[in-house]
Design a binder for this molecule. Structure first.
Ligand SMILES: [Zn+2]
Length: 224
């Protein structure tokens, strides 16, 4: 193991701890992978981030073989599929962030409700179809939802973000959870307002209505 690889492993653990400390994940859920020459590093299954050691991070190749004494996360398949299909990404981060997971449970996309979406999602961030965790079918759904994008919600599950570096990818996760939170609070505010309005003014302030309204806004395009 080279000194550079040891540093990457330490940075992966620090990022998982930061993710949980920032309220962007819960417990041992979530996982992180980083591309290496000929393969990638991925977090192990069932190890508490507080106790995780650099040598427990698992090295895998693109033939789906793992090396060392620790098993990779049970969700390694979509990490492998993304890193194979998306040469523009070196890092894949998955979490069960609260507001992303809430929208994913409703199978809702995140519309262009804030300019920050341009950095991660073209005109909107898609929610994938559902497939059980760890299955090849889930990888297919994820790749479809990520097409032309650096983030997607994972149907009835959580969120995935991609990036070139670990810090940039973590920043994407923060931004997507911010957008998901904002969408939820928009709908909540509309529902509160409408509860005080007269019958003629009252409109259904549902998340789905907000999504439909946002779709009528001209699409945003990435500029970089
Ligand atoms: Zn998960």
């Amino acid at each position: 193991m080279t000194p550079d690889e040891i540093d990457i492993r330490k940075e992966m653990i620090a990022t998982c701890l930061k993710m949980n400390g920032a309220g962007l994940n819960v417990g041992t859920a979530g996982n992180l992978s980083v591309r290496l020459r000929g393969g990638y590093l991925v977090t192990p299954t069932g190890v508490d981030y507080e106790l995780m050691q650099p040598e427990q991070i698992v090295a895998m190749d693109f033939g789906d073989r793992y090396y060392g004494d620790f098993y990779p996360t049970s969700e390694w398949r979509f990490h492998s599929a993304i890193l194979k299909a998306r040469p523009d990404a070196n890092v894949v981060l998955h979490s069960h962030a609260l507001y992303c997971a809430m929208l994913a449970s409703c199978r809702m996309d995140i519309p262009a409700l804030h300019y920050g979406i341009a950095g991660v999602g073209d005109d909107h961030i898609r929610c994938s179809g559902y497939a059980p965790f760890g299955t090849p079918e889930l990888s297919v759904e994820v790749l479809k939802a990520l097409e032309h994008r650096h983030a997607c919600l994972l149907g009835n599950h959580g969120v995935i973000v991609l990036g070139k570096t670990i810090p940039k990818t973590f920043q994407f996760l923060q931004e997507v959870e911010f957008l998901a939170h904002r969408l939820h609070r928009h709908a909540d505010a509309r529902q509160r307002r409408d509860s005080f309005a007269g019958p003629d003014a009252r409109r259904a302030g549902t998340l789905q209505d907000l999504w439909q309204a946002a779709r009528r806004v001209p699409a945003l395009r990435r500029t970089a």
